[in-house]
Design a protein around this ligand. Structure first.
Ligand SMILES: NC(=O)c1ccc[n+]([C@@H]2O[C@H](COP(=O)([O-])OP(=O)(O)OC[C@H]3O[C@@H](n4cnc5c(N)ncnc54)[C@H](OP(=O)(O)O)[C@@H]3O)[C@@H](O)[C@H]2O)c1
Length: 253
């Protein structure tokens, strides 16, 4: 990993597990100071330790992204202070994924899906990106999902939240891109994480006939994020980069 993010500060939501932890480690290895965030301080401390042991720089900031707009704006303020007043990179990675038949989804789950997956990125972008725009540079990546591109039974609202962040990304690119802030989505395919490893046989079955022929690892997604937030991606605005082993682009023949 090149040190192409040296001198930059990055906030990663949902960095205490899975894809977010891999993004935090990868941005740390690329030279960024990383704010690891999530609810679980114990798992957060492990990720911070990993980054420091690898020679990088990191800290932890606790947040419950479902806590409401005022709490999230207060968190954004704390995170900005912890970043030394300047945040260069925001990665909206955290999400929840309760699924099931539409008729039996409970109200708490549907509210949580909207709060964590859609409203939290919207509030954090509103709270943190204007300062990037004032300085004339910054990058945001929001983590979407292959499920935004195809209809799958029993995932309706989760998939719709991921379609929502893809389109928020396009609108934010139009809003902030002219002032120097690049905003994109990375759209993972089926990726093995602590959140789904109990279903490994199903994941293997879902990916067996894709071009990649296997599940993704969190690091596969993290490398794409590290590319998009770096200067090599300077002409990429409002894009959705599929890192999905070809599951959305192809059909088995
Ligand atoms: N794994 C896949 O196959 C796959 C495929 C496509 C897209 N994705 C997307 O990739 C991203 C990461 O997924 P993952 O599989 O790595 O999930 P994961 O292992 O379950 O991790 C989810 C992360 O989100 C955080 N989080 C959840 N609710 C939160 C809340 N209320 N407040 C603050 N943080 C919260 C968790 O932190 P705490 O527990 O510490 O709060 C955790 O760090 C998500 O956006 C997901 O939709 C995953």
């Amino acid at each position: 990993m090149t040190q192409h993010l040296t001198g930059r500060t990055a906030l990663v939501t949902g960095a205490t597990s899975g894809i977010g932890a891999a993004i935090a480690r990868t941005l740390g290895a690329a030279g960024a100071h990383v704010l690891v965030t999530g609810r679980d301080a114990g798992r957060g401390a492990l990720v911070v330790d990993d980054i420091r042991k690898a020679g990088g720089s990191a800290g932890f900031e606790a947040v419950d992204l479902a806590a409401g707009a005022d709490d999230l704006r207060a968190f954004a303020g704390r995170a900005l202070s912890a970043a030394g007043g300047n945040l260069d990179i925001l990665v909206n990675n955290a999400a929840v994924y309760p699924v099931g038949p539409t008729a039996t989804m409970n109200d708490a789950d549907t509210a949580g899906l909207l709060a964590v997956n859609v409203l939290a990125p919207h509030i954090l972008v509103g709270a943190l990106v204007p300062a990037m725009a004032e300085r004339g540079h910054g990058t945001v990546v929001t983590v979407g999902s292959w499920m935004a591109s195809v209809g799958t039974a029993y995932t309706a609202l989760y998939s719709a939240t991921k379609a929502a962040v893809e389109h928020l990304t396009r609108c934010w690119a139009a809003e902030y891109g002219p002032r120097g802030v690049r905003i994109n989505t990375v759209s993972p395919g089926v990726t093995l994480t602590p959140g789904n490893e109990a279903h490994r046989p199903l994941l293997d079955q879902m990916t067996a006939a894709t071009p990649a022929g296997r599940v993704a690892q969190p690091e596969d997604i993290a490398r794409a994020v590290a590319f998009l937030v770096g200067d090599d991606a300077r002409m990429i605005h409002g894009a959705t980069l599929a890192v999905d082993g070809g599951i959305t682009a192809t059909r088995p023949s």
